[in-house]
Design a protein around this ligand. Sequence first.
Ligand code: EPZ
Length: 430
Amino acid sequence: MDRIRIRGGNKLNGVIPISGAKNAALPLMIASLLTSDTLTLENVPHLADVEQLLRILGNHGVDVAVNGRRESQTESYSRTIHFTCRTVVDTTAPYDLVSKMRASFWVIGPLLARVGQARVSLPGGCAIGTRPVDLFLDGLQALGANMEIDGGYVNATAPTGGLVGGHYTFPKVSVGATHVMMMAATLADGTTVIENAAREPEIADLAKCLNAMGAKISGAGTSTITIEGVTSLHGARHRVLPDRIETGTYAMAVAMAGGDVTLEGTEAALLDNALDAIRMAGATVSETESGLRVVRNGNGIQPVDVVTEPFPGFPTDLQAQFMALMTRSSGVSHITETIFENRFMHVQELARLGARISLSGQMARIEGVSGLKGAPVMATDLRASVSLVIAGLAAEGDTIVNRVYHLDRGFERLEEKLTRCGAEVERVSD
Ligand code: EPZ
């Protein structure tokens, strides 16, 4: 099994191209189920989660054509992928596929909207928390669907004549349930209003693509989304927006290791809150023509308290990385996780590098230390794994991050991007 070895101590200097957003690409790919025409997506990142979803969509009858090409002077690979679902050949999403990636549950919305039925395995538990699906079920019921759970599967059926527009207020903000309800409502008869919708940039990106396909969605990116149903959607071409979590991760890596790096092809507006936290920690972050420039030279790292929240708050997907940064601050900081109940698995691993962190419920207290020491570590989810890479960049000696498949789910060519900026990071295969 592959591992990543990081020899700490080098500053980062250079350019890091930011890839298309994983969490935008996944729902956009699923939207291809809504039309018999071709949906073309540009800037699709090359990630294990994307490959897994290609398999799942293939099972439902989506034909996929991939054109790889080199983009930009820094040779970031992004792919243009054409998705065509002439006919839905299978409305079942089986357990062995859905259990590998929670987002595959989201096919339930488009299948229900297009062919009136779906049988989708419950995703099951996952490392960062229980993550139930009640909000999906309630949201789709508000569109007239009948939802039954049987043998670990959700059996969903639309009324004769198809889904109908409805009004639904989410009791809790959910990114996935907002994506699904929005997709399902595009083909419903009448108008749907979703309140307390997720406001993440990936929601607005999906709405932009659906509108290019002929949908009538307004308000995406705010907490009230209105969807006027249409009878059919057509093909479109859409570019996946830049990955704000990858952006924040590398910005925190520079803040941790020191140096001067331009994050190419990204936008500050996607992660204002996290950038503010990075600035308070002592780095300079400025917008440039090509993206963002992050610099930390000379300044120490200051302690900063953060609380994770739905967008536009501090993202839970950057919590572990920020904690890694705070392990080297000159004081005490507190990080509170409010989205997932079990997203602190990196704490024990950071401690192996010499970090001083104590947990009390959903709050971590981090006492900065003057140095970390490399060690073998492993983590059980994607963002936790990359937090260990960040810590390793500033640790003395070698840090070996095991279970690299977590990183491959969400970070395109991580070791190459860091190495080009002067870090000593390599993939080691047994
Ligand atoms: C999305 O997951 C992201 N995944 C996650 O990124 C991200 O951490 C999360 O949103 C929060 O920002 C993708 O976009 C593919 P939620 P999602 O539904 O949609 C609870 C990563 O590392 N909830 O917004 O699954 C849930 O348990 C991943 O890239 C219910 O209670 O998250 C959680 O506490 C990890 N009932 C909260 O809502 C439901 O029916 C928010 O979850 C649905 C969710």
